[in-house]
Design a protein around this ligand. Structure first.
Ligand SMILES: [Zn+2]
Length: 441
């Protein structure tokens, strides 16, 4: 029995130069996505027939006209795309560029080895780059952001596959040391040309943000799907704090959609559609709540060492100041709030004597002392003062002496200490976890 070929050849006229060429797509029923990564990239395909295990269907997403080098999705070649007006604007420019042998379009287009059934990743990369470059011939306000975002993301996948599958260069063009070097040779014509995964992913992220910013009143499902994709891409790029911020945005959008849908249902407006949105939004809210917690923990853990250091440098400040200063220092909101709550909540603040000496602020006057409010409540912190004094007396008897000189009892901040540790006079306090280093007075 003959092996069924997964490739379906299609003879079709180019929508730009009108010259017929043979394009192809892959029968979807012959493979399935086995492992899908968080940004929708299919890492592993399984084929009905293992003979085709090396075929990567995503390589064939972009069709390429070998005559004018127009590159786009098959729907555009078939006339099923709705962006006809914009295509006309590209057409004129592309036909001029494709006739100039030194142009980027003619150069890259001539390197695409399109006739081979088993396409090499380099040819697929070139086809995607051309498709992007041709879309970017349009002025900024005329560009199709969803399409550009999709192309950049797919391009990032191709670079990822080339790296993870360790695919060697197909054929390095003459005069260059590698395929990457060849691509970077186009920097004059295309300064930001992405030649590896991360820049492609970053630009995809920017274009998906453009989709959200410029597309006006989107369908809420569409909007949340894009936001979720952005979150996945941010997490992949290790930008967890931004991902958390976007996740909160998803939560807010879903909450607003649920409220609007409820209001619509109460008024009897479009019940079926509103019920549908209500169910969708409720599902997103449930799922997002857990994810926010999970991602908050990840972000806090990442930022904790730097946040601790920043708090130590602040000296004795109250919880609100810690939160405000950490926010100023661009720490994420979750880290600022948690540090405010856990590390320096008022009950654990050192009750430093207003007349205590320190190396940085000698002899604070009572009125200007940040703890003067505490001093007006002499019984409020009696137990803490007593226990601190006792601790000092036992652990650092010399530092607790009222005759200590400022230089000998300067605050000692050791790594790992959990407090500002400003032992100065008998009223100074120490946490049990703080490591003091007593010096002779
Ligand atoms: Zn053409």
């Amino acid at each position: 029995m003959a092996t069924e070929n997964p490739f379906v050849p299609v003879k079709i006229k180019c929508p730009f130069c009108a010259i017929e060429s043979t394009q192809r797509y892959i029968k979807a029923r012959m493979f399935k996505a086995e492992v899908v990564e968080e940004d929708s990239h299919v890492a592993v395909y399984t084929w009905e027939n293992p003979e085709f295990a090396a075929v990567r269907p995503n390589f064939y997403h972009i069709w390429h006209c070998p005559t004018c080098h127009f590159c786009d999705e098959k729907e555009v070649f078939r006339g099923e795309d709705s962006s006809k007006g914009k295509l006309e604007l590209i057409k004129e420019k592309l036909l001029i560029h494709s006739r100039m042998p030194s142009s980027l379009i003619a150069n890259m287009g001539s390197k695409i080895n399109f006739d081979k059934d088993n396409y090499h990743v380099d040819s697929a990369i070139l086809a995607h780059l051309l498709a992007i470059h041709e879309q970017e011939l349009l002025s900024q306000n005329m560009r199709q952001f969803p399409k550009l975002a999709r192309f950049y993301l797919r391009l990032a996948w191709l670079y990822r596959e080339k790296a993870t599958l360790a695919i060697e260069d197909e054929k390095v063009p003459e005069g260059f040391g590698s395929f990457k070097e060849y691509l970077e040779g186009f920097r004059d014509a295309w300064p930001d040309i992405p030649s590896e995964e991360n820049p492609a992913l970053e630009t995809a992220l920017a274009r998906y943000r453009d989709v959200l910013n410029y597309a006006g009143d989107n369908d809420v499902k569409f909007e949340i799907n894009i936001m979720n994709l952005i979150i996945a891409m941010l997490r992949r790029a290790g930008r967890n704090a931004e991902a958390l911020q976007m996740l909160r945005g998803v939560f807010g959008t879903a909450t607003r959609a649920r409220q609007a849908a409820r209001a619509g249902l109460q008024k009897g407006i479009n019940p079926a559609a509103n019920q549908n949105i209500l169910n969708f939004a409720a599902g997103i809210i449930d799922k997002t709540g857990d994810l926010v917690e999970e991602l908050s923990d990840v972000v806090f853990k990442e930022e904790l060492p730097a946040a601790k250091e920043a708090v130590m440098k602040m000296g004795p400040v109250d919880a609100k100041t810690v939160v405000d200063k950490l926010r100023e220092l661009k720490f994420s909101d979750v880290t600022a709030r948690r540090m405010g709550k856990k590390n320096v909540k008022p009950s654990r603040m050192p009750t430093k004597c207003p007349n205590a000496s320190s190396t940085s602020a000698p002899r604070l006057r009572r009125r200007s002392c940040p703890y003067s409010a505490r001093m007006k409540r002499p019984f409020a912190n009696v137990w803490r003062r007593l226990s601190a004094a006792l601790y000092c007396a036992v652990r650092i008897p010399r530092a607790a002496s009222p005759i200590c000189s400022p230089s000998s009892i300067a605050p000692i901040r050791q790594s790992g200490a959990r407090s500002y540790a400003a032992p100065a006079c008998q009223a100074s306090v120490a946490y049990p976890s703080v490591k003091f280093q007593s010096q002779p007075c």
